[in-house]
Design a protein around this ligand. Sequence first.
Ligand code: GAL
Length: 766
Amino acid sequence: MNFGWHFTPGFEEKYLPSPLEKYETVDLPHAAVEVPYHYFSEEDYQGIFTYEKTFDAEDWEGKLVYVRFEGVMLTLQVYLNGVDLGKRVSGWIPVTYLLPSDILKPKDNRLTVVVDSHEDPSIPPFGKAVDYLTFAGIYRPVSLEAVPKEHIETLFVNGTQEGKLSVKANVTGKSQPIFRLYDGEKLVKEFTEAETEIRNVHLWSLEDPHLYTLKATLENGDERTVRFGFRTVSFREKGFFLNRKKIKLIGLNRHQNYPYVGPAMPKSAQRDDAYLIRHFGANIVRTSHYPQSEDFLSACDELGLLVIDEIPGWQYIGKDAAWREQFQRFLEGMIEKERNHPSLIAYGTRIDESPDDDELYGKAVKTVHEQDPYRPCLGVRNFKNSHCLEDIYCYNDFSCADTQHGLDHPDTVRGAKGKPLLISEHNGHMFPTKSTDTPSRRCEQGLRHLRVINDAFRYDRIAGAIGWCAFDYNTHKDFGSGDHICYHGVFDLFRNAKPAAFAYRSQKDDEVVLELANVPTPGDNDEALLRPLWLFTNCDSVSFYKNNRHIKDFYPDKKDYPYLPHPPIRIDDFIGDLFKEEGFRPHDAKILTEAFNYVGQTGIAHVNKAKLLRYVPASIRNSLSMDRLLALYYKYMSGWGEKMVSYQILGFKDGKKVAEREYGPVTSYRLEVTANQDHLHNGETYDVARVKILALGPYFNLCPYADEALRLETEGPLQVIGPKDIALVGGGTAVYVRTLRTDKPAVGKLIITSGLGRQEVVFSID
Ligand code: GAL
């Protein structure tokens, strides 16, 4: 049902009797309005839009036929062959319509869907300001389902660490299903009871997210399948436990929007986001601030990425009954949609950062406990004292205002007394960081995240910390940088990693990470200082060289980041061994090294009396004139006039060299083009690849100020999503390309032309 819809902005009564054939043909997921990357208005996509799909229903005699919309922003009015089937709210939850048998024809049925994307104040999150956007369209897939009158409406499965399997099937009728449990293709057990025991279960864990399938079948052949995992989650005052193993939850919040098309992206792009978040070291993601795509959640199941979800909202609670009833419908819809995902460990039942409202939230907690007895619920606040009706107190801790302080002491979060405590946001607006910012700022974003993560490990009482946020996101005029983007991501909107993403990745153990978080370009810093270099790394030590001559070895900064699995390494001596050749006495060499490093990294204006009293005598003892001092400074610190200054960094683990980086003058750049996948498949809907384009210098470093213009063209059944003339932003961008339908396997090409020449990315498409 996802290919070949007709689409037009607006709605007129005449669309009902006469097909929309002459209008544009589109595929789902679809953005009703494509917006620029930034500098647009939230008014641009608010409106009415008509979609129409023609379909046959020949083989479905005697069956009930449903159409299911996974996600439509915001409301939809559905007509079948011109007959009104009613208006519903979808937003972020699926909506299902029964297609009446007296209207349904064997052939050429016309399903007309009128989408209204106005920000309706009677529907959460609307009513006040909202720091995110709700792009219009049928933005998630649509499916048709034909079932017998007696059928399984819903199936809810829970498997525990001990192998206890509980199944709840809602059947429209008296029959009871037979349940079959499969491990891959292998039938493990057949049973009919609502509870059974499975011996020697293969558990679902972060390292090995093993999935089982449960099939429920009625005698009439109706069947429903659920993929799930055996695992037990519990939040306690002492933290979070998965299968009784304590896990510090370290992760990121995710908004679901992509460039140009908002959330209208199919499975492969959703999976790609989950992969990036997991691959860069997070073990948890919060679907802030609304239920997200089933494809995203399924990817989390497969990748071992834990999830906490959240009801749509943002700080505001509506007073009128309609708003509050819609809140409750969203909550019930979210639980029903998400309760089979093993990655989901708790429901966010409270509007993000909203005030206490015991009536609304008391009911929400009750709903969770009734509908899903296996998972706790949580509530996110940005204040420390509050009624905590939920099972878990979540607190957005924005106390990190520099690199010296991470999180407030957990005891100060008084409302959390007697409850588990999870930090659901930190950083974000406290330190917006663009890909075009200076190296020091980009590095500091990472250090600030590390400082918080350090404190999350420090306090046993804190279950974990989830940073704000994974990806930069488009937002309302009231927020962001005046261009409708909040630059709060550790990745940019195109999913290119900022150094902060490597701060997360450096905490992993399954690969070597050695990322130079800020490059030595003094001219980029105030006072032209050669600021200390930071490495986000899991190496045990690094050896630092200048022009291939050893300066000094450096070790993880355990003083400032004692609780991190892998503290970053700070390089703050650019002279080290090199000074030996000047022949100063060792004691004086030490003082002069200190003096040059201090002046070079902190600035001459900051040399106080005590320092002068230490530095000046050492200069006098060695008869260093001002000219000589300057010459030494140029040679060892600034490199001015030196033929070439390049730095080499060797990373060591267990005494072995495991990584090597180099940085020197960047005199040119090239475009590195990589696609996240090169085989694309049209399945239930079109497929998408993310083609990353980075301007890289001779040392594989990103050139953040390269703003090369690019022209994009495609050949074969492939299309660029968004504009075809673009420029690099912060030295990089990404192009999402999508497939078109094809009868036989084909080759698609993305051709990128720039001042640097022509580059091609080839895809096989079926
Ligand atoms: C929080 C809010 C988020 C986002 C963030 C920016 O207060 O929950 O949605 O606005 O601030 O840092």
